[in-house]
Design a protein around this ligand. Structure first.
Ligand code: NAD
Length: 370
């Protein structure tokens, strides 16, 4: 029977295919043990697509991405393609996907599994059990605003300039995603801007405040971005969902990511607009890390960021929160049992391979499903 859960898998380059391979094993497990099947197609992206087709993303793969319910992405890039002209680089494949799917909402959770709390640069008690979500607007703001450029003034001195700009509709659509996320989590949304010094921040605050009435079950607060940076390292557990613009989100999400200690543990999701007639939303899920050419092909990659990205896919594209919880619990239990890939192993602790981590997860899932 054909499944109504259409998934496009784009493993990409370097460790991408290795970590995506471990998710494919979980998908097979779900098929057998949970009787949940996906209609999966697989495509090439990045360097792999350049080698096969001379372009980092073919029109056919782009069309596939637009037609499925969710895209699971691995990672792209590597030294082999670094000398190509800028517009032919592997990264262009990912940028095209983000642009054409209009993925304006970037979700970056910062979760600290108890067993890894000592890997954080903050004290154990500040981060143990941390689970916050940074929602970053991804397609507007100062990175895209016009006018922009470098000009030469009459004095001969050069001036660089960019424009921070947000329309009401751009603010509203990402804020609504923030409220909806908070509804699915702990009911708290903190909106972050610099309304004290920026007009775009004043408008941001007004728009977010005006739509709060549609979400009476969410408690909304506002914070200036500089204070938020301080609070994230002072007392990160005070937050549930943070919604902010492209620039502040870029910085705050990296700051929050470091609370968790390792790049191999960080998932992300990028969402587009909801189609009002079908309720369907374009979505792409990917780990935060890159293709790690230094360890590619050696079975050393930590697959957990990709696995946790898949858990986000289940939660946000298919409303399968229970299955997502089960996968996240399996990850926590495996780590709790001291099972580690090299990137998260403490000094002297034995490190296992990518596929051994996959084996441990499947064993744990078996136990949880029993
Ligand atoms: P990277 O994230 O690939 O690697 C940084 C370091 O972290 C490396 O030492 C790597 O071995 C380690 N690491 C990363 N992921 C890991 C994992 N899952 N398990 C264990 N160790 C892991 O970043 P980089 O070295 O700056 O970039 C390498 C290539 O990846 C470049 O071509 C870059 O352009 C590309 N890149 C792609 C993406 C993407 O696909 N979205 C993101 C960032 C970088």
């Amino acid at each position: 029977m054909a499944s109504n859960k259409k998934l496009l898998v784009l493993p990409g380059d370097g460790i991408g295919p290795e970590v995506v391979g471990e998710v494919r094993r979980i998908v097979d497990w779900m098929d057998k043990r949970r009787h949940v099947s996906f209609d999966i197609s697989e495509g090439l992206v990045g360097g792999a697509a350049i080698d096969a087709h001379g372009t980092p993303l073919t029109d056919e793969t782009m069309a596939d991405a637009m037609s499925v319910d969710a895209v699971l992405f691995g990672s792209i890039g590597g030294p082999k393609w670094e000398k190509l002209p800028f517009n032919s680089q592997p990264e262009r494949g990912l940028l095209r996907l983000r642009k054409e799917m209009d993925l304006f909402a970037n979700l970056r959770p910062a979760m600290v599994f108890d067993a890894l709390a000592d890997a954080s640069s903050l004290k154990h008690e500040l981060v143990a059990g941390l689970d916050i979500m940074i929602l970053r607007e991804l397609t507007g703001g100062v990175y895209f605003g016009e006018p922009r450029g470098i000009e030469t003034l009459p004095s001969g001195e050069r001036r660089g300039f960019n424009t921070q700009s947000y329309s009401e509709s751009e603010i509203e659509r990402v804020a609504r995603v923030g409220f909806e996320l908070a509804q699915k989590r702990n009911g708290k949304l903190c909106s972050v801007e610099k309304a004290n010094v920026m007009e775009s921040g004043v408008l941001w605050r007004e728009v977010v405040t005006s739509i709060a009435k549609d979400y009476p079950d969410v408690s909304l607060s506002h914070m200036y971005a500089d204070n938020c940076a301080m609070q994230i390292v002072r007392n990160p557990k005070q937050f549930d969902v943070i919604v902010t613009d492209n620039l502040f989100g870029d910085i705050l999400s990296d700051c929050a990511a470091m609370l968790t200690g390792s790049l191999g543990m960080l998932p992300s999701a990028s969402l587009g607009a909801e189609d009002p007639s079908t309720g369907r939303r374009m979505a792409l899920y990917e780990p935060v890390h890159g293709s790690a050419p230094d360890i590619a092909g050696q079975g050393k990659a930590n697959p957990l960021a990709e696995v946790l990205s898949f858990a986000m896919l289940l939660r946000y594209s298919f409303d399968m929160g229970e299955d997502a919880d089960m996968i996240e619990t399996a990850v926590g239990n495996v780590l709790g049992a001291g099972i580690r890939t090299a990137d998260i192993a403490a000094p002297g602790q034995q490190a296992i391979s990518t596929s051994e981590m996959g084996n441990a997860l499947l064993k744990e899932l078996d136990k949880l499903a029993a």
